[in-house]
Design a binder for this molecule. Structure first.
Ligand code: HPA
Length: 273
């Protein structure tokens, strides 16, 4: 069990150093790290600066927190994230999310690269997550409840905030982005799914598939943050295209449409001014 007093003490230290409380938290997925360069950054530190924090090992994930401003709104951005398949416990995977909650973040924007299961989704599409299926990964709240963060049995009937989704749809319209909506399913990875697993996921009602996000959304809701999830379809899911899946292709595809994600995030921050 992680000692959460460490997070509280570190949060105090960072708050006094930067002199503001971030309102919005942003988690950048695979290949989206460059967006962080556009932030008016004030202070940056690596995840493992915090004692006992996991450090990401994945190529394309920097593994740092950036504190600063987007459109004059105070934010914190996680450039890179921790994945369950790296060998960390699910509790450790969501520690950075809990740290953001302790720092005072009210709204969390989770982005990811995902495989498209819904046949109407194309590579390059942005998908607003309406709900998720996390049944195939351990729940991040398993362990003694952290009462200072939230309840033992938190409600998950509206994980992804409808009002923020509507705002994102408006911003998409203004920017000519054809945004879709769908259910995200999280598997552990690191192997990509088999075509049979994708058929199962489709039968269960999933539209996009990935190896992150749902666990983070659960931890964020537990801690009372509003959540917005955006998947970027970087490939058709296994068996839906005559092509093998590779992390390199996922990263390349993510890079190509990073500008859409940037428009959504910057547009959203503008609405908070
Ligand atoms: N499956 C799982 N995770 C992914 C995929 C996929 O097809 N694409 C990007 N992340």
């Amino acid at each position: 069990m992680y000692n959460y007093e460490i997070l509280e003490q570190y949060a105090l230290k960072i708050s006094s150093r930067i002199g503001f409380a971030p309102k919005v938290g942003i988690v950048l997925g695979s290949g989206m790290g460059d967006i962080a360069d556009k932030i008016n950054a004030v202070y940056t530190f690596a995840f493992n600066d915090i004692s006992g924090f996991p450090m990401t090992t994945v190529e394309g994930h920097a593994g740092q927190f950036i504190f600063g401003y987007i459109e004059d709104v105070p934010i914190v951005c996680m450039q890179g994230r921790i994945h369950y398949y790296e060998g960390f416990s699910m509790e450790d995977v969501v520690l950075p999310i809990r740290f953001m909650a302790i720092m005072g973040v009210e709204t969390l924007i989770l982005t990811n690269a995902a495989g498209g299961i819904n046949k109407d989704f194309d590579v390059g599409d942005m998908v607003l997550i309406t709900d998720h299926i996390s049944t195939f990964v351990p729940n991040p709240l398993i362990n003694k409840n952290v009462d200072s963060l939230g309840d033992r049995f938190p409600d998950m009937s509206c994980v992804y905030d409808e009002e923020i989704r509507n705002t994102m749809k408006d911003i998409s319209k203004e920017n000519g982005i054809d945004i879709k909506e769908g259910v995200y399913i999280q598997f552990t990875g690191p192997s990509y799914e088999t075509p049979a697993e994708i058929r199962m996921a489709a039968a269960l009602g999933a539209d996009v598939v990935g190896m992150s996000t749902a666990c983070e959304a659960i931890a964020a809701r537990h801690a009372g943050m509003k959540v917005c999830g955006i998947s970027h379809v970087t490939n058709k899911a296994a068996g839906l295209a005559n092509k093998e899946l590779s992390h390199r292709d996922v990263q390349d595809a993510a890079l190509k449409s990073a500008d859409k994600l940037e428009k959504l995030i910057w547009g959203y921050c503008r609405t908070l001014k």
